[in-house]
Design a protein. Sequence first.
Length: 107
Amino acid sequence: MISFIIEESSKTLFNILINSLPKELNSSSTNPKTPENMHILQPKHTKLKEKESEELLEKLNISKAQIPKILSTDPGLPEGCSIGDVIKIERKEPESEKINTYHRVVV
């Protein structure tokens, strides 16, 4: 019972401290998925347009169900992604220039 009261008062104190910070420092007011806030080692995630994804599927002669899955809660996904979208992930490897992989967004 006492630990519950302490936890609740800690949460309240934390919320008061966070809300008193200027908006520039308050992390809840910034978008965590903007390029400025991404880690340098995180590969670039790009949402393909419907036409681009159809061309890709035709070129590879596969269906959307055969593309590897990525969760919609993945922190690297760009804003506005919905279930069924195709995401291009660009990875830079030391031996080669760039490797592109494609994933479809799922629940």
